[in-house]
Design a protein around this ligand. Structure first.
Ligand code: NOJ
Length: 549
C-alpha cells in the first residue's frame, strides 16, 4: 500500500451516520445496519471517502447508544455482529472506509462490570473499575464533590448497598445511567486495548473517541470553584481542570496508537475533545498520539469573516507544527443544525446543555444561503472535513418536536428546561411521500415534520440548484482538483474585512462574501462552482465561489 493510500485520513471527507436516523431497513421505525447498507451507493455517489457511525453497540439507549452495555456486540435494533461485519466488507466494496465510535469514558449502568460493582460492595476490585466514593456529611448524605453532570444536576448518584443501606456514590459526568470508568485502573486499560483489537480485526478502519478529553480525573477529585452566587464555575480548561483535558490522558493514546499502527493498513483515530483552544487540541495529535481531532472551535465560530479567519489561521498553524492535518466541521448530532444556527442573530454554536442565551428567531432562507457558502468554504480548506447526515440535504433543526416525543436525557435532567439534541436527530427523508418519507416502511422513532418530503433526496436529486447537488459537485471537484485536500492556503488581500479570499496551488481560489454588499471577484479564468448565482459578475452577500485562476 502506498503512503498516499495509507494517509487517506489526512484529507478525507467523512460522512457522519447517526444510524438510528439514517435508514430503517426492517420497518421498526429505527434506523439500522440493513438500512445503512442499502444506501451505500448513495454515499458513494455523494462522493465522500469514509463513514463515521455513531455507537451501534448493545445498549439500553438512554443516551442514543453512548451508554454501552457490551462493546463486542451490536444492539438488536440495529442488527447483529454478522451484519456489522458484512456491512464493513460491503462499505469497502463501495470504496468507503468505516470509522466507528468508541465510548471509553463511561459504560452503561447495565454493563456487566457495573452490575458486578453494585453487587460487590465498597473496596472491591469490581468497584475499583469505576469512580465510587463515600459521601460527605455526617451520614454520607452529600455527594463527594460539587461536580455537575453535563446533562444537568449533580455528577454523582448514591447507590443502595446489598443490605439495603444507603451506600457509596458513583461519578457520572453525563447521565446517571453512564457511570465513569476509572482510567487509573489497569484492568480498564487492558479491556479497551482488547476492544480496539476486536474491531480492528473485523476490518474497521478507525475509531472516533467519545469524550476523549475526559477520561483522566484529578486523583483527589477536588471541588470546582464556586462563584459569588454559589454557582459551580467551569474554569478554563488547563492542566489543572479536575476532569477535563488533563495531560495524563495522552498516555492512554500513546498506547492506543501502538495498537492502531500494528495493523496493515494502520487504523486511525479521531478525538472528540471539547477543549479550550486550537493549541490544547493540537496536544491530542502530536506524533505518537492520535491522528486527527474534530475542530470544534471552527464549528463554534460565528458567521463572521474575521472570526473564521482567526480560527482557520490558528488551526493551520498549530496543527502544522505537530505534523497533523487540520479538520473542519459545521454540524453533528450534539449541536443545532447549521442551517438554523446561521439564520439566527447569534450564529455561533451554543451547545444544548449550556445555559440558555438569547439566540434570535431563525430565518431559514438566510441560514440556507450561508450554509451553502459555508460548505464551499469548508471543502476548500486544507485538510479533512466532516459532513453530518442530512447537512447535504440542507435540513434545518426541528424545533417543534412535541415534548412527549423528546428522548434526549437532557430534557429530563434539566427539569424540562432544555429540550436537548433531538432536533438535529430527526430521521432523514429519502422520498417525497410515503411512510416516514422513505426512511422506512413504517413510522420513525422521532416524528418528522410536515414538509420533510420536499427536502428529501428524491426531491433534490434532479434539481441542479439543490443543496444535494451543490455538495455532490463540490465533492467531485475536490477529488479532481489537485489544489484541494492537503496543502496550504494563501490569503488574498484587498477584499475588505467581510470577505474571505484565498488561493491554493495550483490555480485555485475561493472567495466567500460574509458582508452585506456584493463584491467584485478577482481576475479568473472560470467559475468552477458557486453557492449562489453571480449578480452581474459580482458575488452576492452570504455566498461563496470556487474559481480557476
Ligand atoms: C459526546 C457524544 O457526542 C454525545 O452524544 C454523548 O451524549 C456524550 N459524548 C456522552 O457520551
Amino acid at each position: 500500500m502506498t503512503d498516499v493510500q495509507q494517509d487517506w485520513w489526512r484529507s478525507a471527507v467523512i460522512y457522519q451516520v447517526y444510524i438510528r436516523s439514517f435508514a430503517d431497513g426492517s420497518g421498526t421505525g429505527v434506523g439500522d445496519i440493513r438500512g445503512l447498507r442499502s444506501r451505500l451507493a448513495y454515499l458513494r455517489d455523494l462522493g465522500v471517502d469514509a463513514l463515521w457511525i455513531n455507537p451501534w453497540y448493545s445498549s439500553p439507549m438512554l443516551d442514543g447508544g453512548y451508554d454501552v452495555a457490551d462493546y463486542r456486540s451490536i444492539a438488536g435494533e440495529f442488527g447483529t455482529l454478522a451484519d456489522a461485519e458484512a456491512f464493513v466488507r460491503a462499505a469497502h466494496g463501495h470504496g468507503l472506509r468505516v470509522i466507528i465510535d468508541i465510548v471509553p469514558n463511561h459504560t452503561s449502568d447495565r454493563h456487566p462490570w457495573f452490575r458486578a460493582a453494585l453487587q460487590a460492595g465498597p473496596a472491591s476490585r469490581e468497584r475499583a473499575r469505576y469512580v465510587f466514593r463515600p459521601g460527605q456529611g455526617e451520614n454520607g448524605e452529600l455527594p463527594p464533590n460539587n461536580w455537575k453532570s453535563m446533562f444537568g444536576g449533580p455528577a454523582w448518584t448514591r447507590v443502595t448497598e446489598r443490605d439495603g443501606s444507603r451506600g457509596e456514590w458513583y461519578l457520572h459526568l453525563f447521565d446517571s445511567s453512564q457511570p465513569d470508568l476509572e482510567w487509573g485502573n489497569e484492568e480498564v486499560r487492558q479491556e479497551f486495548l482488547d476492544i480496539l483489537r476486536f474491531w480492528f480485526d473485523r476490518g474497521v478502519d478507525g475509531m472516533r473517541i467519545d469524550v476523549a478529553h475526559g477520561m483522566i480525573k484529578h486523583p483527589e477529585l477536588p471541588d470546582l470553584p464556586v462563584g459569588e452566587a454559589g454557582e459551580v464555575l467551569a474554569p478554563a480548561e488547563s492542566d489543572d481542570h479536575p476532569h477535563w483535558d488533563r495531560s495524563d490522558v495522552h498516555e492512554i493514546y500513546r498506547e492506543w496508537r501502538k495498537v492502531a499502527d500494528s495493523y496493515d493498513p494502520p487504523r486511525v483515530f479521531v478525538a472528540e475533545a471539547w477543549v479550550d483552544s486550537p493549541e490544547r487540541l493540537a496536544h491530542y495529535v502530536r506524533p505518537g498520539g492520535l491522528h486527527t481531532a474534530f475542530n470544534f472551535d471552527y464549528l463554534r465560530a460565528p458567521w463572521s469573516a474575521q472570526e473564521l479567519r482567526k480560527i482557520i489561521d490558528q488551526t493551520l498553524d498549530v496543527f502544522h507544527e505537530v505534523g497533523a492535518p487540520a479538520t473542519w466541521v459545521l454540524s453533528n448530532h450534539d449541536v443545532e443544525r447549521h442551517v438554523t444556527r446561521y439564520g439566527r442573530q447569534v450564529t455561533s454554536a451554543v451547545i444544548a446543555s449550556s445555559p440558555p442565551v438569547e439566540l434570535g428567531e431563525p430565518d431559514e432562507a438566510l441560514g440556507t444561503h450561508r450554509a451553502r457558502a459555508a460548505a464551499l468554504l469548508m471543502l476548500a480548506l486544507p485538510g479533512g472535513a466532516y459532513i453530518y447526515q442530512g447537512e447535504e440535504l440542507g435540513l434545518p433543526e426541528v424545533l417543534d418536536i412535541p415534548e412527549a416525543a423528546l428522548r434526549d436525557p437532557i430534557w429530563e435532567r434539566s427539569g424540562h428546561t432544555k429540550r436537548g439534541r433531538d432536533g438535529c436527530r430527526v430521521p432523514l427523508p429519502w422520498t417525497t411521500h410515503g411512510p416516514s418519507y422513505g426512511f422506512g416502511v413504517n413510522g420513525s422513532w422521532l416524528p418528522q415534520p410536515a414538509g420533510w418530503g420536499a427536502r428529501s433526496v428524491q426531491a433534490q436529486q434532479y434539481d441542479s440548484g439543490s443543496m444535494l447537488n451543490l455538495y455532490k459537485e463540490a465533492l467531485r471537484l475536490r477529488r479532481d482538483m489537485r489544489a484541494l485536500g492537503l496543502g496550504s492556503l494563501e490569503w488574498l488581500p484587498g477584499h475588505g474585512e467581510e470577505v474571505l479570499a484565498f488561493r491554493r496551488e495550483p490555480d485555485f481560489a475561493c472567495v466567500v462574501n460574509l458582508g452585506a454588499a456584493p463584491v467584485k471577484l478577482l481576475e479568473h479564468n472560470r467559475v468552477r462552482l458557486s453557492s449562489a448565482p453571480l449578480d452581474d459578475g459580482l458575488l452576492p452577500p452570504d455566498a461563496a465561489v470556487w474559481l480557476a485562476v
